[in-house]
Design a protein around this ligand. Structure first.
Ligand SMILES: [Zn+2]
Ligand SMILES: [Zn+2]
Length: 202
């Protein structure tokens, strides 16, 4: 399989920097990608890379101390360390969201403050009985309690993520907050070609 990085425009590789990306492999972890998901092997990998670019971008802008930014960083990190957020499964339609907010009087079911979020009580079921209105601080506290890495493996994963976030030049193409948005379509096409020609079915 061809290294996609050899096809990259030189300006993306200043000083000989060759970021990691192999067409047909997950941009985040190098596991095999599929036709259905040519750039990332999983929703978690997609969310991980997105979080890394988000935080790198906020560091570049010097905004990490702003309360809503540091809160967002904590949330994203907690979610990724906890295995990612099953965004597709938990997508709540606007209609369902309105119904739950109405049922709960747009009031946080935990503390009574005005509610802004819909929480899945357990798992990803979108049945009304598993949904409740929460305020943002309560939702965040819950998420953090669920995702706090306490074991050595979790702490190692956190350290690896922070190393990528703090790297002066991005370790991976998908960490590159400046160029990824203009790059990923091209890479996706390369990945699809590589996967198709390697004969992987899925
Ligand atoms: Zn992956
Ligand atoms: Zn609350």
């Amino acid at each position: 399989m061809q290294l996609a990085s050899t096809n990259l425009p030189r300006e993306l590789s200043p000083g000989g920097w060759l970021p990691t990306f192999e067409a047909g492999r997950c941009a985040n972890c190098d596991a095999a990608a599929t036709i259905a998901s040519p750039l990332y092997c999983s929703e978690l990998c997609l969310q991980t890379a997105k979080m890394i670019r988000y935080i790198r971008n906020k560091i570049a802008e010097g905004r990490t101390e702003e309360p809503d930014v540091s809160e967002a960083i904590e949330m994203k990190m907690a979610s990724v360390l906890g295995g990612g957020y099953p965004a597709k499964a938990r997508q709540v339609s606007a209609q369902l969201r309105r119904a739950i907010m109405e049922r709960d009087s747009t009031t946080c079911r935990l503390c009574g403050a005005p509610a802004t979020e819909i929480d899945h009580i357990a798992g990803s079921s979108n049945l009304p009985g598993n949904l409740r209105a929460l305020c943002k601080p309560c939702n965040m506290k819950l998420a953090q309690a669920k995702f706090e890495p306490t074991d050595a493996a979790g702490q190692q994963r956190a350290a690896d993520l922070w190393r990528r976030i703090d790297a002066e030049t991005p370790e991976r193409l998908c960490d590159d907050e400046k160029n990824w948005n203009s790059l990923w379509r091209k890479l996706k096409n390369q990945a699809l070609n590589a996967i198709t020609s390697s004969g992987v079915q899925t």
